[in-house]
Design a binder for this molecule. Structure first.
Ligand code: GLU
Length: 610
């Protein structure tokens, strides 16, 4: 529990999930507004040594509404929309615009993402897929040099070829028209204030300062003038003023999103991309639209996990991990046991091998979604997954096509990860996840990204927003399911999730972290559903990541004895711990029906209950 009693005001960390309350009870549940809780310096220092504890996780409880995001000003703006009678989608849109200002390195109108929405009245789950698309001028070879070798990641990241046609603003507009109750103009307005000099003060926080220091080398002149004026990177505590962004938001507020997709903002964006060597034209921008989809679903124990489908691998790969471990009864070993870690690491290795071999934009690639979940196929994969003290660390892909009718029209048995030409550093792009819920039972789980912190490093001059580098999520080497093709969406790992129990929403969860998103979200779901942890415990628990690369990324808090034992078994742990992900989540308390919100202390997230 809490190291610091002033810290988390909710009793959530103590409570374990039990049976689900029906939606009516939940809607009538009593309000216990707790507001946001701040993280003390003492707690921050403590978790640097041992990783976060449940007591470090800000939580809130309320039946009226909830907002959880990575930044207190964005969270508060979303909460204000809810207080004013807006619904969860309205609040999420306001949070997104605010995050564009206060965390400009992680998401914004120059990027894209996936927004999963539960519509309580329809009792239906949708996803608004706003993944960036390759412009029509993109080619499969565009990330290769003259010798046919992949251009080094940092170089291709900072080129115009990396910039996909952005979807975030279109998603905000479409989602509001389809699910919202407010006009976009009223929801972008608070962000105008935050960006303008005359508005509320925004100061550079530690994560932003770190992101500026770490990425200043790729800034174009426009980005440098905002984030490193005169060549001096802004530091923690400095004021952040973005007048060009304020103007862009004013234009969108007053003229609508046409100014971006069919007007001067889009034209300026295409020009910036072309100046940096890309092919994007205003006609690509004007053609962009989101798709409204239904997320994947995987049954696990007594819940249904519903996560974004392709072009995000999140839905299939999280589902596969959960199905692979389900019959192995991890809870009998205990969460921090070597057996649990061994099984998880081997399951991750198998699932990522299949991901790399078979997944890409579903409009271009026929992924074996049925075979991947076939019980006989899963059994064949489980042959390599056991707590037997022998590492099966880097398995190749299986052949799920043998377990599903039909022939693929594109298949790659080589495992694209090895051919992606990117290396480990690029696996952990960083974005932002936020989540909202309202008094009607609507919930939003939205992961939004410009890929790496500050994306391509290109800011559209005079318009103040950063352009993504999402197209580096394509394989640099052509030939596989995730090769570059015109108008294709690069394979993603983002996993905005809503878990259902007894047919009702039970938990929202999501995280940034590139390919590590999948294991972060899977672990949080396992922590709650398999290991019966509270939401705060589930978010605080140390995480591990492994794909087809032998090296295991791990967080402080993974027991030393486990690492020693598994190293003896043949697993390779990175020399130093890292930080994995930054999850925001909302759980519907099974007993009271109230929302219990939590924000990840790894980046000082904040949560507000109404
Ligand atoms: N580009 C990443 C993906 O779509 C998201 C960025 C991140 O959060 O890491 O998988």
């Amino acid at each position: 529990m809490s190291e610091n009693p002033t810290q988390s005001s909710s009793s959530e960390s103590d409570s374990s999930p039990g049976p689900q309350t029906d939606r009516r009870t939940f809607l009538k549940g009593s309000a216990a507004a707790l507001g946001a809780s701040a993280v003390s310096t003492e707690a921050v220092r403590g978790r640097e040594e041992r990783g976060p504890a449940a007591g470090d996780v800000p939580t809130a409880r309320s039946s009226k509404g909830m907002v959880s995001s990575v930044h207190p000003q964005a969270t508060e703006i979303g909460a204000e929309v809810l207080r004013d009678g807006g619904n969860a989608v309205d609040a999420a849109v306001a949070v997104q615009f605010a995050l564009n200002v206060v965390q400009p390195h992680a998401s914004g109108i120059g990027g894209g993402g996936f927004m999963v929405v539960y519509d309580a009245e329809e009792d239906e789950l949708y996803s608004v897929d706003n993944r960036e698309r390759a412009p029509f001028g993109a080619t499969p070879e565009m990330f290769l040099d003259d010798d046919g070798e992949p251009i080094p990641f940092q170089q291709r990241r900072a080129s115009g070829n990396a910039v996909g046609v952005p979807g975030t603003l279109r998603a905000a507009d479409v989602a509001l028209k389809r699910f919202g109750s407010r006009e976009l103009s009223s929801l972008i307005d608070p962000a105008v204030g935050l960006a303008a000099k005359s508005g509320p003060k925004v100061t550079v926080d530690a994560p932003l300062a770190e992101a500026i220091a770490g990425n200043a080398q790729v800034f174009n002149d426009a980005a440098q003038s905002v984030f490193a004026p005169g060549g001096s990177p802004l530091e923690e505590g400095d004021r952040l003023v973005q007048p060009d962004l304020a103007d862009t938001f004013r234009t969108i507020r007053d003229e609508g999103i046409g100014a971006f997709y069919k007007g001067p903002i889009g034209e300026a964006m295409a020009e910036t991309v072309q100046d940096a060597g890309g092919s994007m034209r205003p006609s690509d921008v004007g053609r962009y639209n989101v798709t409204i989809d239904h997320p994947e679903h995987a049954e696990f124990r007594d819940v249904t996990v519903r996560t974004q489908s392709l072009p995000s691998s999140g839905g299939l790969t999280i589902g596969q991990i959960l199905k692979l471990v389900e019959p192995l009864d991890l809870c009998r070993y205990g969460r921090q046991s070597p057996e649990t870690y061994e099984i998880l690491l081997e399951a991750y290795g198998h699932a990522y091998a299949d991901r790399g071999a078979y997944m890409g934009d579903k409009a271009f690639v026929d992924a074996p979604w049925q075979g991947l979940f076939d019980e006989d196929y899963l059994d064949s994969r489980r042959e390599g997954i056991a707590a037997d003290g022998t590492a099966n660390a880097s398995p190749g892909p299986g052949n799920p096509w043998d377990y599903q009718p039909g022939e693929p029209y594109q298949i790659d048995a080589l495992g694209r990860d090895e051919l992606a030409g990117g290396g480990r550093a690029r696996d952990r792009g960083q974005t932002t996840h936020f989540t909202t819920a309202d008094s009607e039972g609507n919930m939003v789980s939205w992961t939004s990204t410009i890929e790496q912190f500050f994306g391509s490093g290109l800011m559209v001059p005079d318009h103040g927003f950063m352009l993504n580098n999402e197209l580096t999520d394509f394989d640099a080497v052509p030939g596989g399911p995730n090769e570059v093709q015109p108008w294709k969406r690069p394979l993603s790992s983002t996993s905005p999730t809503i878990v259902f129990k007894d047919g009702d929403p039970y938990m929202t969860v999501g995280s940034p972290g590139g390919k590590t998103i999948i294991t972060t979200v899977a672990q949080i779901i396992l922590n709650v559903v398999e290991f019966d942890m509270s939401l705060a415990q589930a978010i605080a628990a140390p995480r591990v990541y492994k794909d087809t690369d032998p090296e295991i990324i791990w967080e402080r808090g993974v027991p030393r004895g486990v690492r020693r034992q598994l190293t003896e078994a043949g697993f390779e742990f990175a020399d130093e711990p890292s930080q994995l992900g930054n999850a925001q989540a909302i759980l519907v308390d099974p007993e009271s029906g109230e929302y219990v919100g939590a924000a990840d202390p790894r980046r000082d997230g904040s949560v507000v209950g109404l």
